[in-house]
Each structure stands twice: as structure tokens, then as C-alpha cells.
Design a protein around this ligand. Structure first.
Ligand code: NDP
Length: 248
């Protein structure tokens, strides 16, 4: 049984069509929150509405491209009467390459979605949280935002960036009842990691003391905790969830 209740909360979760975001949407919904989950397409948004319905949860899917100011504005305008009290910045992209081959286009795309996207949506949600004197902002970073990773200079820079962003914001809004934290997954089985070769998979598993890849549910459990009233004294923190792969 889930020991955390989120009744009367509205949770906005980006990238909820699959993977970790879907796991978070289900966990927060099962704890009683109204869920607004986003996808980049209407089909993805419909899929979110559908799975919430299948699990008898309150909420729906919406379209959002985190890389676009217009898209963020359109979403926020549509939410005017139901402003989120919980924001989970989960959506992110990768465009991996060694730096010598990393194009400016791939650099810009990753910074714009993963870092500027977090700035855009967080800022858009902040006024209502400040007014309500209550809010939870949780951003999904990554173990590589702390360790670095060859071939991911752009992605790792954004993941380190959201940690510093969150610490800074935590200092700005702590007195308003708003906490700002990050969750740093290690190796989680989702579409993002499906492209790993068997060799890469085996090498990663060797580094994980608990001897398995993580699941979306492993990450969702931590997000649920940070979103709950139980975690009201935790802010500016990064919770590492990686089966012991990296211990800061
Ligand atoms: P997936 O690639 O499986 O899913 C990505 C999600 O983000 C999808 O819902 C996708 O929507 C959405 N998305 C992609 N681009 C945009 C955009 N421009 N605007 C809005 N939404 C977008 O990712 P994961 O579930 O694996 O990852 C979730 C988070 O966890 C990310 O922040 C990732 O960096 C982080 N993470 C993941 C790890 C892993 O091992 N999987 C490890 C460490 C961190 P759509 O379906 O419409 O494309």
C-alpha cells in the first residue's frame, strides 16, 4: 500500500506517454492526484488519457513540446482553472555523439529541450504555486549529470544544469512552501536505453551492486515521496536511484 496521499493535488508530468513519465503519472494518480500528463502528439496524449482511465485514475493527456515557448503557453492557458501544485519535469531527449562530431544543431536541440524546457515550464507554473504558498517541483536529472559520460556532453550538461537550477530555485521559493528537488536515475529500462547494445548492457550491469536495471516504478516511488507532504523539509536535494551504481 502506498503510504503517501496526494488528494487535492494536481500533478503536471511532462513526457508521460511512456517510460519513466508513465510510471510517475500512475504512481501520483494512484496516490490521489489529478494527473495532467503530456506527450508530443495527440495520439500520445490520447494514450495517456486512456491508460489513466483504464486504471480508474483522474486526469488526462495533453500535447506539449517542451522545446517551444508557444506550446508551453498554449498548455498553461488551457490549465488556467487547474494550475498544477506538483510539477514533474520528466521529458528529455538525447542526441549522443563524441564532442568532435557533435553538431551545433544537436547541442542546441538538447539544451533547448532539457534545460531551457525546464526553465520554461517551471517559470510558467511558479506564479500559481507562489500564490497558493504550496508546491512541489521535481525534475528528473541523471547519474551522468554528476559523473559525466563520454558521448553525452550535451545531455550531461543539461542534467547537471537542472541540478544547479533546482538548488537555486529552492533558495528562492523555500519560504513560500514550495520545494524543488531532482531525482537522478541510473540505468532504467525504457525506450531511451533500448538502443544500448548487449555489450553496453552487460558492462552497465556489472557496475550495479543490486544486479539489475532499474524500472520506471523505482523512479516513480522516489518522485511520489518527494511530492508528498512527508517530504516538506527536503529541498534543493538530489535523490540518486541507481542500484548502487554511483554513490556520491
Ligand atoms: P523516453 O525516451 O522513454 O520517453 C521520453 C518522454 O519524453 C516521452 O514521453 C516523450 O514524448 C517525451 N518528450 C520527448 N521530447 C519531448 C519534447 N520536446 N517535449 C515534450 N515531451 C517530450 O525517456 P525515459 O522515460 O527513459 O526518460 C525520462 C527521464 O528520465 C528523462 O529526463 C531522462 O533524461 C531521464 N533518465 C532516464 C534514464 C534511463 O535509463 N532511461 C537514466 C537517467 C535519466 P513522446 O512519446 O510524445 O515522444
Amino acid at each position: 500500500m502506498i503510504p503517501f496521499t496526494l488528494t487535492h493535488e494536481t500533478a503536471l508530468i511532462t513526457g508521460a506517454s511512456r517510460g519513466i513519465g508513465q510510471g510517475i503519472a500512475l504512481a501520483l494518480g494512484q496516490a490521489g492526484a489529478t494527473v495532467i500528463g503530456t506527450a508530443t502528439t495527440t495520439e500520445g496524449a490520447d494514450k495517456i488519457t486512456q491508460y489513466l482511465k483504464e486504471h480508474s485514475l483522474t486526469g488526462e493527456g495533453r500535447v506539449l513540446d517542451i522545446a517551444s515557448f508557444d506550446s508551453v503557453n498554449t498548455l498553461m492557458t488551457s490549465l488556467e482553472k487547474q494550475m498544477p501544485t506538483i510539477l514533474v519535469n520528466n521529458a528529455a531527449i538525447t542526441r549522443d555523439n563524441l564532442l568532435l562530431r557533435l553538431s551545433q544543431e544537436d547541442w542546441d536541440a538538447v539544451i533547448n529541450a532539457n534545460l531551457t524546457g525546464v526553465y520554461r515550464l517551471t517559470k510558467a507554473c511558479l506564479r500559481a504555486m507562489t500564490k497558493a504558498r504550496h508546491g512541489r517541483i521535481i525534475t528528473i536529472t541523471s547519474v551522468v549529470g554528476v559523473t559525466g559520460n563520454a558521448g553525452q556532453a550535451n545531455y550531461a550538461a543539461t542534467k547537471a544544469g537542472v541540478i544547479a537550477f533546482s538548488k537555486s530555485l529552492a533558495k528562492e521559493v523555500g519560504s513560500r512552501g514550495i520545494t524543488v528537488n531532482t531525482v537522478a536515475p541510473g540505468y532504467i529500462e525504457t525506450d531511451m536505453t533500448k538502443k544500448f547494445s548487449e555489450e553496453q548492457r552487460a558492462a552497465l550491469l556489472k557496475q550495479i551492486p543490486v544486479n539489475r536495471a532499474g524500472t520506471a516504478q523505482d523512479i516513480a516511488a522516489a518522485v511520489l515521496f518527494l511530492a508528498s507532504p512527508t517530504a516538506s523539509y527536503i529541498t534543493g536535494e538530489t535523490l540518486h536511484i541507481n542500484g548502487g551504481m554511483f554513490m556520491p
